[in-house]
Ligand binder design. Structure first.
Ligand SMILES: Cc1cc2nc3c(=O)[nH]c(=O)nc-3n(C[C@H](O)[C@H](O)[C@H](O)COP(=O)(O)O)c2cc1C
Ligand code: SF4
Length: 410
């Protein structure tokens, strides 16, 4: 049996295989942040599709400034626990585990709300996407956010989640502390790498009091800011941060990259050949070699051969997929049945605040067990893309490429 389908243990958590659904904001929560019936159905479908571990879309820990997008799930209050429990039960019913990804939007709080409030961040560094400058957090506010993260960890456990994942990637608050580009503080929370990681150390210390020593705590870690410059996150920062996290008892590190204003770094468009796949593999290999904790690789994994290679060549222990499972929630079952690669063409049209859905769903994809996918023609009649994209799609068999974030932040 391929190594991909063999069980693996991460932080004491036994998983049926090495496939992870990487955190994917689905824009399907209720407007108040609670879990909707559609989300319960989605998580059940993903679990039935064969994935070993589902990481939830990022769930925000502090209201209102922690929220990153419409219909995002919340965990800033005990009233959200029952809904999250429904997600955990849906995953468990089909043999998958559920890890809750917790986050704070930081300087990437959307432009138009919350009304009259200024986003908060380590430092007042203008955000290119919104054109707005956040204000720097006070020391007292930092401690209050640490408590908010720790409380969210306790709620995840109370809801029956199998673990939590701190979102330290993609420009959100915790990764903004990590990067010297967004963290220009001169106090104990900025400057040296240890200071830029201090907020993580404190969250882990206080969070452990809420969840206990044995509870799986994962981190999704930025391996790059995604834009050039002198004062940006370096490879040595990343491996040193990974070593600190390992020393503080983190169970696994998922390696990603990019900020929202660094377009096309996190969810790279047009991943169409094996050479374009696994675009964070080198960073993952460095993290794995330095930190010695299980590493999850995300970013452009599309074909079974590449997924197998990154596990067998020591780049990663598990493989994580986001867009491919939007397109084919049962992709893991399909790969097991012999399908060679995902049908997703990395067009990024699924960044859709009206609700996560692959615009290619009307394309005929054969059932698992039959080799495929068969791409007949781009349909031009899906709901999610705008008119221009639909028109372009109707007349061509070439992929329609948009850039992440054009449909709204995640
Ligand atoms: C619609 C959408 C929503 C996403 N939401 C999140 C999120 O909530 N948290 C996160 O860490 N990454 C999020 N991501 C990034 C993915 O987890 C993943 O890192 C990235 O898309 C690259 O993997 P892929 O090539 O398998 O899609 C999202 C990606 C997409 C396409
Ligand atoms: S909309 Fe595009 S990127 Fe998203 S899942 Fe479908 S093919 Fe992949």
């Amino acid at each position: 049996m391929s190594v991909l389908f063999q069980p693996v243990t991460v932080g004491g958590l036994r998983l049926r295989n090495r496939f992870v659904r990487s955190a994917t904001q689905d824009y399907l929560g209720n407007p108040d942040g609670s879990v909707s019936d559609r989300q319960v159905a989605l998580y059940r479908e993903l679990a039935a599709g064969g994935v070993g571990l589902i990481v939830s879309g990022h769930v925000y820990v502090a209201h209102p400034l922690g929220r990153a997008s419409v219909n995002q799930n919340a965990i800033h209050d005990d009233r959200f626990v029952d809904g999250i429990r429904r997600l955990a039960e849906a995953a468990h019913a089909e043999g998958a585990a559920l890890v809750l990804q917790i986050s704070h939007a930081g300087r990437q709080t959307p432009q138009d709300w919350p009304e009259g409030q200024v986003p908060v961040a380590p430092s007042a560094v203008r955000e290119g996407g919104t054109g707005r400058s956040p204000r720097a957090l006070t020391e007292e506010e930092i401690w209050s956010l640490i408590d908010a993260f720790a409380a969210a960890m306790g709620r995840a456990r109370a809801a029956g989640c199998d673990g939590v994942q701190l979102h330290v990637a993609h420009g959100y608050l915790l990764s903004a502390f990590l990067s010297p580009y967004t963290n220009r503080r001169t106090d104990a929370w900025g400057g040296s790498l240890e200071n830029r990681c201090r907020i993580l150390r404190e969250i882990l210390a206080r969070g452990r009091r809420a969840v206990g020593e044995a509870y799986p705590v994962l981190v999704k870690l930025n391996s790059t800011d995604g834009f050039p410059g002198e004062n940006v996150l370096s490879q040595s920062d990343v491996t040193a941060a990974a070593c600190l996290l390992a020393g503080w008892g983190v169970s696994a590190i998922e390696v990603s990259g990019g900020h929202r204003e660094a377009r096309g770094v996190m969810s790279r468009p047009k991943v169409l050949s094996p050479e374009q796949e696994a675009y964070f593999a080198e960073a993952a290999r460095a993290v794995k070699a330095a930190a010695g904790v299980p590493v999850i690789l995300v970013g452009g994994l599309r074909s079974r051969a590449v997924m197998e290679r990154v596990v067998t060549d020591g780049s990663a222990d598990l493989v994580a997929l986001s867009r491919p499972l939007v397109c084919e929630p049962d992709l893991v079952n399909r790969l097991r049945a012999g399908q060679a690669k995902a049908a997703c063409v990395s067009c990024n049209a699924c960044f859709n605040p009206d609700g996560l859905r692959c615009w290619r769903l009307s394309v005929r994809i054969p059932p698992p067990g039959r080799l495929g996918p068969v791409i007949e023609r781009y349909p031009g009649s899906h709901d999610e893309t705008d008119g221009a994209e639909r028109e372009a799609a109707a007349g061509t068999t070439a992929p329609v490429v948009t850039d992440e974030g054009t449909k709204g932040p995640t």
